[in-house]
Ligand binder design. Structure first.
Ligand SMILES: [Zn+2]
Length: 272
């Protein structure tokens, strides 16, 4: 049984603020906790009978997990740029996927560090359904017929995961108070809860289903600034819907991920 794990950092317990350039200690502690929560999920999966595990480091430059401290049974996908971004490494060979350390989508009130992929996105939809990173990534996994069966993050992210990834098990390792505040599980408790939940989710794998997008995905992105939409629209396949919003059709979720990443990179060049 093969398990794919995508690990982000904003939904890890006690991470309530991004670090600055001169805050190496805070960055290192967050990376350490991200590694440990990922290890907890791996241990739970192994206890349930997993035989192979691939972890995709999925935050920022995607070099956060400490390789020496990662469980030795796991292979690590590390670094950028990668076509499938947070889901790089997924394939039809996997039986299940976990999303660990995830956060709520942009604009969610009372949700620590809520955003959608980059700082430029206000809202994101696929075929009219508003999604955050977890919901979008679950649909990429769905194209490979892999169900996302476990989601860990803050309480707001878990509530959204329940809606966007039907049937997923969740572990809320912190209760968000605001954008930069949360009441957190102790790291050891968060790890214990994730381990137990990972084992339980895999043991009930036969009740879980992948999230499959029927037909061609239509992706709509509302940017935070008109200038970001201007820059995104230099890609000819994007259609402008209004000042802030662009839309495109893709042949499947892999292509949707690629075009979305390109649109967001272009938007990231906007200056005003
Ligand atoms: Zn992140």
């Amino acid at each position: 049984m093969k398990v794919f794990i995508s690990s982000d950092i904003e939904g890890i317990t006690s991470v309530v603020k991004w670090w600055g350039q001169h805050e190496r200690n805070r960055e290192e502690m967050s990376c350490e906790r991200m590694t440990e929560e990922t290890n907890a999920a791996i241990e739970g999966a192994l206890e349930a009978g997993a035989t192979a595990i691939t972890v995709a480091d999925s935050h920022g430059k995607m070099r956060n997990i400490i390789p020496e401290k990662l469980h030795p049974k796991a292979r690590l996908v590390r670094g950028t740029s990668r076509p499938l971004s947070m889901m790089q490494g997924i394939s039809k060979q996997f039986d299940a996927a976990f999303l660990i350390g995830y956060h709520a989508m942009a604009g969610t009130p009372c949700a620590a560090l809520a955003h959608t992929y980059t700082g430029s996105v206000h809202h994101l939809w696929v075929n009219g359904i508003e999604l955050g990173e977890g919901g979008f990534n679950a649909r990429v996994a769905g194209q490979f017929r892999v169900p996302v069966i476990l989601f860990a993050g803050d309480d707001a992210a878990c509530a959204q995961a329940k809606v966007q990834i039907p049937g997923v098990d969740t572990v809320a390792v912190k209760q968000s108070i605001g954008y930069l505040a949360a009441e957190n599980d102790h790291p050891f408790l968060a790890q214990e809860r994730i381990k137990r939940a990972a084992k339980k989710a895999l043991e009930s794998l036969n009740t879980k289903k992948p999230v499959i997008v029927r037909g061609k995905p239509r992706v709509r992105i509302e940017f935070k600034h008109v200038m970001q939409a201007d820059c995104a629209c230099t890609a000819p396949t994007l259609k402008r819907l209004d000042g802030y919003t662009v839309e495109f059709a893709a042949k499947d979720m892999v292509e949707a991920m690629g075009t979305m990443r390109a649109a967001m990179s272009l938007a990231g060049t906007a200056k005003w």
